[in-house]
Structure formats: C-alpha cells, structure tokens
Write a new protein. Sequence first.
Length: 66
Amino acid sequence: MEEGLITIQQVADYLKVDRFTIYRLVTQKRIPAFKVGGQWRFKQSMIDAWLMRNANISEDRFPAAR
C-alpha cells in the first residue's frame, strides 16, 4: 500500500506542537514539505527521517532490541 499524505494539523499533532510552529518550519524550509493544490502536505516517512536527522542523540547509544 502506498503511503498517504498528511496535513499540517496532523504533523502538528504528531509532533505535539502548535500548527503555527509547523508553518514556521515550512516557510523556513527546515522541515520537508510540498504543496498540493495550494496546501502544504507531508509524507510520514519524511517526517520520521527528519526527526532522526535532527535528534540530539546518536543511534549507537540506543541499539535496536535483539
């Protein structure tokens, strides 16, 4: 199944921030987004990858469960 697109409000809910924070990040080109019909849309996988790139911890400190 193909991954769907999510809205600014859904990203804000996912990150537990105000939607205006997401608008600010988008206009500053600090979060991956694109416009569809004049509205901002996001891919969940891109948001997750962005979170990992911007995390202040290294992955080797928390190895995957075996």
